[in-house]
Design a protein around this ligand. Structure first.
Ligand SMILES: Nc1ncnc2c1ncn2[C@@H]1O[C@H](COP(=O)(O)OP(=O)(O)OP(=O)(O)O)[C@@H](O)[C@H]1O
Length: 235
């Protein structure tokens, strides 16, 4: 299960295959995808609808498993892990930010952020200190007791980001994090992601349809028909 060292890229995909079955027929999405992402990178993944962006993100998140090929993140071979091991890996190594925030409406901002910590051996006080710290980091100090319905979309997404980083994961996966936001709120959220990358050194993979959002990343990968067709470095 353990492979790789500090010289290796943080995320490495080799010959990755993934498809689905329709009417008994195997339909490929990826037939040998390769990808290397160094630690500390901020990568935007773009591509037309149906090009496989969500499929890729689900595999990086350990939600889904490749049919063949290798998928290593840090020292973990996700392609060799079963469901339980991937679930435990998720809880320790990555945070995920969703397009529609995925907050629980009956919980306050602080309670939503606290959720991932309930799986950890932390006291109530330790959890509260961590929750306050990340809410402060995303500019929501003083709003701990507010419910999602009382918050703007941008504020809800900042709660979503706080929840994603409260366990201090090395990897942040973002699925259209600004897809539901106006330009101003979107830019605030993207500035925050850039801060998390540049200052807190989180590795970020962000799926987006928005070319302006992609400019916040260090580089953009374009998926087309199951492969990366272009790679450009942001200025
Ligand atoms: N279980 C399945 N059954 C049928 N088709 C599937 C299944 N899983 C994935 N697909 C197809 O695989 C392709 C890739 O899907 P995926 O959701 O990864 O694309 P995407 O780039 O994220 O699209 P979008 O931008 O619309 O979210 C699509 O053509 C999709 O319809």
């Amino acid at each position: 299960m353990t492979q790789g060292n500090d010289q290796d890229p943080y995320i490495a995909l080799h010959g990755l295959q993934k498809g689905y079955r329709m009417g008994g027929e195997a339909i490929p999405i990826f037939s040998g995808l390769d990808l290397s992402i160094p630690r500390g990178d901020f990568v935007a993944v773009m591509g037309p609808s149906g090009s496989g962006k969500s499929t890729l993100l689900n595999m990086l998140a350990g939600i889904d498993r490749p049919d063949a090929g290798t998928l290593r993140i840090g020292n973990s071979r996700l392609d060799q892990m079963g469901e339980a091991a991937r679930s435990s890996w998720r809880a320790h190594h990555m945070g995920i930010v969703f397009q529609f925030y995925n907050l629980l409406p009956m919980l306050t901002a602080a309670e939503n952020v606290e959720l991932p910590l309930l799986l950890k051996p932390l006291s109530r006080k330790e959890r509260r200190i961590r929750v306050e710290k990340v809410l402060d980091l995303v500019g929501l100090a003083g709003r701990e007791k507010q419910y999602p319905a009382m918050m703007s979309g941008g504020q809800q997404q900042r709660v979503g980001i706080a929840r994603a980083i409260v366990s201090d994961p090395g990897l942040l996966l973002c699925d259209e994090p600004t897809g539901d936001l106006d330009r101003t709120s979107a830019d605030e959220v993207l500035e925050m992601l850039r801060f998390l990358n540049r200052v807190l050194e989180k590795t970020i993979v962000m799926v987006t349809h928005d070319p302006q959002a992609a400019l916040y990343a260090r580089r953009t990968l374009h998926l087309y028909k199951g492969d990366f067709v272009e790679e450009k470095r942001a200025a």
